[in-house]
Design a protein around this ligand. Structure first.
Ligand code: FES
Ligand code: CO
Length: 338
């Protein structure tokens, strides 16, 4: 069981809102925990430990009867607060004498996704992504993509420009122009964006910077890390397409991760499927690289990997994780190597 307080008290995306419909129970994983998600007749969401307190059966194998969930094994019924209300084998027992209680978690909807916090939420809302509220930008949900790697390795890949010319050759880069110009790093604390680390003036020559691009262009990016497992890339306003790409990760275990991507962009010509396919192409090029990295957990140990000047965003991210005191999905000097 994971006990990293940073991630326990953080919000994590666990499903598309529209996929959690009344009458059905969905199962997913978060931080080594099995979760059952369901929506009651009033539309409210419930996130429960997917484990019956009687004999540990997955509650998601059960069925909803109105707003009570009935376990598949012995038919115990649980009300929407998770409290056992009825035991079919002992029908005479009144509700007051039933003590069994399912573990329930904080849940909310935001950005078209369902978010869960397993502990006490450190913030009232999921990570800031103000571009989502911009009516001039259209929203497209990509993925989710499952990756056999840690969340921090995936965020670091998202922040990395030096791989474009190799992993995404012909789309996001070309080998003849692989040089990375200098860029700046800032810590920020902003009413709209929250707080975190910002990389600005990141530039690359991109043959096909987006679905709508009709030729190569010099693209300027900013990246901002707003939580240990959330980052947003924005393209400079002068780019032909105004676009923000939010990477929001669901840590299933320390080394398996579900990747949710939301695009907010002003390309109203391409179809949703075309935009998704473009993102799929890019992400599926990254995945085998990510799954090959060893160790799968991101080393925060000085000297464990060799870094150069253009890795300064990656180093800033590692510094941010240390400052946040993240322990899950990373390797640290002071950690037992179990
Ligand atoms: Fe769920 Fe027995 S295991 S009712
Ligand atoms: Co990539």
């Amino acid at each position: 069981m994971n006990t990293d307080p940073v991630l326990l008290n953080d919000w994590h995306p666990v499903a598309l809102s529209q996929e959690i419909v009344a009458g059905a129970i969905a199962a997913t994983d978060l931080l080594d925990m099995r979760l059952a998600l369901w929506r009651d007749s009033g539309g409210a969401l419930h996130a429960w430990e997917d484990r019956c307190p009687h004999r540990g059966t997955r509650l998601s194998m059960g069925a909803l009867h109105g707003d009570t969930l009935r376990c598949a094994y012995h038919g115990w019924s649980f009300g929407s607060e998770g409290r056992c209300q009825h035991i079919p084998a002992l029908p005479a027992l009144g509700a007051a004498s039933l003590k069994a209680q399912v573990a329930t978690y904080h849940v909310r909807e935001c950005y078209g996704l369902v978010w869960v916090c397993l502990g006490e939420p450190a913030t009232a809302t999921p990570p800031r992504f103000p571009e989502f509220a911009d009516p001039a930008l259209r929203k497209v949900w990509c993925g989710p993509y499952d990756v056999q790697s840690s969340g921090p390795r995936i965020v670091e890949n998202f922040l990395d420009m030096a791989h474009f010319a190799f992993v995404h050759e012909g789309i996001l880069g070309v080998q003849e122009q692989a040089a990375i110009a200098s860029y700046t790093i800032e810590n920020f604390d902003d009413v709209d964006y929250g707080s975190g680390v910002w990389a600005k003036q990141c530039r690359a020559w991109q043959p096909q910077a987006s679905k709508a691009a009709t030729g190569g262009a010099d693209i300027e990016y900013t990246y901002r890390v707003v939580r240990p497992l959330t980052a947003v890339l924005t393209k400079h306003p002068a780019a032909s397409v105004r676009e923000a790409i939010a990477l929001m990760l669901q840590p299933l275990t320390e080394t398996t991760t579900r990747v949710w991507i939301i695009l907010a962009l002003d390309d109203f010509t391409s179809g949703d499927d075309e935009l998704r396919q473009f993102q799929d192409t890019i992400f599926l090029q990254d995945r085998p690289i990510l799954e090959s990295q060893s160790p799968a957990r991101l080393p925060l140990i000085p000297g464990a990997e060799v870094s150069v000047a253009c890795d300064r965003m990656s180093l800033a991210y590692r510094g941010y994780l240390k400052q946040q005191d993240l322990r899950y999905g990373v390797l640290r000097n002071d950690q037992e190597t179990t």
